[in-house]
Design a protein around this ligand. Structure first.
Ligand SMILES: N[C@@H](CCC(=O)N[C@@H](CS)C(=O)NCC(=O)O)C(=O)O
Length: 217
């Protein structure tokens, strides 16, 4: 008997959001294991055995334990080939890696809660927002240029791929959390509107997760 996948996650994390979208697109059933970052559950010894870095998401698949959304999504792609998240075309595949990596190494890490809390407490609230806007604007401007020659209905064509899996949570989280204006990014704005209609993305939204505050089931 194969055991169900387990996803260690918190509702408000965009890296967790990425993995949820991938699981949904591939139609994989999973058990949601909430890790409360506000209670510092990520630093408890039992969680550090799963991810020694103390970050969510982490995925358990039988005796395989994996952390980091990029690694988890590539693993899911190879193990569960249904609904491919990477195109066959070499260039389009590389663009998918590039977009995913821009999001997960040049935008999202700069917006982590401990960093923003540090700036707010040691420098000021205005500076915190300036920091967010500066780094999001730099990343989005690059993505807007990069995707100009690749986008179709989705980021790299007419199918939803890994680039979208990383982009959708980033677009949704900066608009919801920081009220970031998208008017200078027409292509990303169009993708944002498209993503909001995709069931696999809707189901992965923070407010649809079992640990979202106020949810009873
Ligand atoms: N590169 C990692 C980043 C994961 C990450 O930043 N997780 C944050 C939540 S969004 C976290 O667990 N933070 C806990 C902490 O800062 O102690 C990935 O893509 O999975």
């Amino acid at each position: 008997m194969t055991s169900k996948l387990q996803l260690y996650s918190i509702y408000m994390s965009s890296p967790c959001f990425r993995v949820l979208i991938a699981l949904n697109l591939k139609g994989l059933d999973y058990e949601y294991k909430a890790v409360n970052l506000f209670e510092k559950e990520q630093n408890r010894p039992e969680y550090l055995k799963i991810n020694p870095l103390g970050y969510v998401p982490a995925l358990v698949d039988g005796n395989i334990v994996l952390a980091d959304s990029f690694a988890i999504i590539l693993y899911l792609e190879e193990k569960y080939p249904q609904h491919p998240l990477l195109p066959c075309d070499l260039v389009k595949k590389a663009i998918n890696y590039q977009v995913a990596n821009i999001v997960c190494s040049s935008i999202q890490p700069l917006l982590r809660l401990p960093i923003l809390r540090y700036i707010e407490e040691n420098v000021g609230e205005d500076e915190k927002f300036q920091w967010v806007y500066k780094h999001v604007a730099k990343g989005f401007a690059a993505l807007e240029i990069l995707l100009k020659h690749h986008a179709g209905k989705y980021a790299t064509g007419d199918q939803i791929y890994m680039a979208d899996v990383f982009l959708a949570p980033q677009l949704i989280s900066v608009t919801d959390r920081f009220n970031f204006g998208m008017s200078e990014y027409p292509l990303l704005s169009r993708l944002y509107e498209t993503y909001k209609q995709v069931p696999a993305i809707q189901n992965a939204l923070p407010q649809n997760q079992p640990d979202f505050p106020g949810r009873t089931s």
